[in-house]
Design a protein around this ligand. Structure first.
Ligand code: PMT
Length: 404
């Protein structure tokens, strides 16, 4: 499937050694079916010629704002309207600063000001420039305005330094560009997702809980929505804004979450359990705060097992396509595979929560997705990226089931 078929992409190229990679980027975007036009700043033309990008894109390259000939062919406002996406790769520190401050002193900045389509920047610069507070403040402004940021990557740089600031590779950028467009692979499907932790009351002021932030579940809700699904998110207590066009039901305890899941799972096509549900709850939770003095230095809590929400949903008839997550600290894939059969799941996402950089509360994740007779590793990426890949795998498996 050509992921960018019928999409029009303006590739903005600014001055930097990574400009040579924009030639490859144009090829990769075209491979995915995109119609590409390149816009080059004056500095970019010091590194790569317009002729190269013209040959690769198959379209004239736009270089100046005040060019009567270019204006006659396609003026800058018309060009801004033409694009479904403006992808600036490489985006130099200078360009990022000019974009952040709303400059309109060359064709590329003017296009960005006039654009109604999404804009993405792929920064490329020296690691010290990347880390500078001015650059970071400019990027924060772009983020606030909804401008996407692709990368940068870490590694050795043309100047000999090592660190963050390398432009991502062309294939990664092309994939990330494709990810910005809704895929419609779940059109007409109803999806219910559990997210976040549960809280199990010890008394009115104390509870048992865990470190789940809800980020993974909320990212999945957005990815399923963008794929065309009607999404209901059942969330434990988290500090996240509700994604647009997603229905949210807030719950506190595992028992509340089970009730909401049972209510919502009727006529649901897909049930995804990302929530970190407390396995146990205190047997008794008095109405009044337990006083320290009532316990002679030691307090004993009796815990009883909570219902297993995802296993309960997987026993429903008709059964939705049921996806679990497995948070494990060792033998991750093995334990996850055992949970597929124990909980009667169609798919499970194995999460290694022993690593500090992924899993609970991180912005990134790296997982192995398992189904009864297959698996796929999803390497370290943002939770949004991982969520989109999981949604794509679910859609593939669903289609496989429908086809027998
Ligand atoms: O929320 P984040 O900070 O983004 O972190 C994401 C995450 C690490 C919480 C998430 O990706 C994850 O791994 N969630 C599953 C956590 C978990 O409870 O794993 P488990 O192996 O204990 O449970 C297996 C499955 O059974 C899970 O789908 C869980 O939702 C479900 N379960 C567990 C117990 C229970 N009583 N009811 C359930 O439905």
């Amino acid at each position: 499937m050509l992921r960018l078929a019928n999409r029009r992409i303006i590739v903005g190229v600014t001055g930097g050694i990574a400009a040579y990679k924009s030639a490859e980027l144009i090829r990769r975007l075209k491979d995915q079916g995109a119609d590409v036009r390149a816009v080059m700043t004056a500095a970019a033309q010091e590194f790569i010629t317009p002729l190269t990008l013209q040959a690769l894109s198959g379209n004239p390259v736009h270089t100046t704002l005040l060019d009567t000939e270019a204006e006659a062919a396609m003026g800058h406002i018309e060009l801004a309207r033409w694009g479904d996406l403006i992808l600036i790769a490489p985006a130099s520190a200078d360009f990022i600063a000019r974009l952040a401050h709303g400059h309109g002193n060359d064709l590329l900045t003017t296009l960005c000001l006039a654009a109604r389509c999404p804009i993405a920047v792929a920064p490329a610069m020296n690691q010290a420039m990347w880390a500078s507070s001015a650059n970071q403040a400019n990027l924060a402004q772009l983020k606030d305005r909804g401008i996407h940021q692709f990368g940068p990557a870490e590694g050795s740089q043309a100047c000999g330094d090592v660190g963050l600031g390398r432009m991502l590779e062309a294939t990664q950028l092309a994939d990330m560009a494709a990810d910005l467009f809704p895929s419609n692979i779940l059109t007409g499907r109803r999806v219910v997702i559990t997210a976040g932790p549960t809280r199990e009351a010890i008394d009115p002021v104390r509870f048992i809980s865990n470190h789940s932030s809800g980020k993974m579940g909320f990212a999945l809700a957005e990815a399923a929505r963008d794929a065309g699904a009607q999404v209901t998110l059942i969330s434990g207590p988290v500090h996240l804004a509700t994604p647009e066009r997603v229905r949210r039901i807030d719950v506190i305890s595992a028992q509340d979450m089970l009730q909401a899941a049972l209510d919502q799972s009727i006529q649901t096509d897909i049930f995804i359990a990302t929530a970190a549900v407390a396995d146990f709850r205190p047997q008794n939770s008095p109405d009044q705060k337990i006083k320290k003095q009532d316990n002679s230095g030691v307090m004993t809590l009796t815990l009883v097992e909570n219902p297993d929400i995802v296993a309960t949903i997987a026993r429903q008839q008709p059964k939705p396509f049921t996806v679990g997550f497995a948070a494990e600290t060792r033998d991750v894939v093995n334990y996850a595979r055992q949970k597929i059969s124990r909980k009667n799941l169609d798919m499970i996402v194995a999460n290694d929560v022993s690593r500090g950089d992924i899993g609970f509360n991180s912005d990134e994740n790296a997982v192995t997705v398992l189904w009864p007779n297959g698996e796929q590793v999803l390497d370290l990426a943002s939770k949004h990226q991982i969520a989109r890949s999981i949604v794509a795998l679910i859609a593939q498996r669903l289609t496989g089931q429908a086809g027998g």
